[in-house]
Design a protein around this ligand. Structure first.
Ligand code: ZN
Ligand code: ZN
Length: 96
């Protein structure tokens, strides 16, 4: 269980960052959009995965260049095979 990230996902800084980022990309899944599909984005994904070492580094956790708005399906795909667990956009941990 990646407890280290829970406080971060519940923080005001992340919630504000996530909302502003999602708005900046128009609220659509960026992966689906590349395929010409208009699907509402549900999860703001970190391109560089959060770890206990970078969780307090805002250039990783809150930098827009490290974020990607995706739908649930695309988010699951982003993490497939890479992580044992992933977080939804409320910081809820899901095993895979
Ligand atoms: Zn998608
Ligand atoms: Zn993710």
């Amino acid at each position: 269980m990646r407890e280290f990230a829970k406080a971060f996902y519940r923080s005001r800084a992340w919630k504000d960052c996530r909302a502003a980022y999602a708005k900046s990309v128009g609220g659509l899944c960026e992966t689906c959009l590349k395929a010409g599909l208009y699907v509402p984005g549900k999860v703001v994904h970190h391109r560089t995965a959060l770890t206990p070492d970078n969780i307090h580094d805002p250039t990783v956790t809150l930098s827009w260049s490290n974020l990607k708005l995706v739908c649930q399906d695309c988010h699951a795909r982003e993490h497939k095979g890479k992580d044992r667990y992933w977080f939804d956009d409320d910081g809820v941990v899901h095993p895979r």
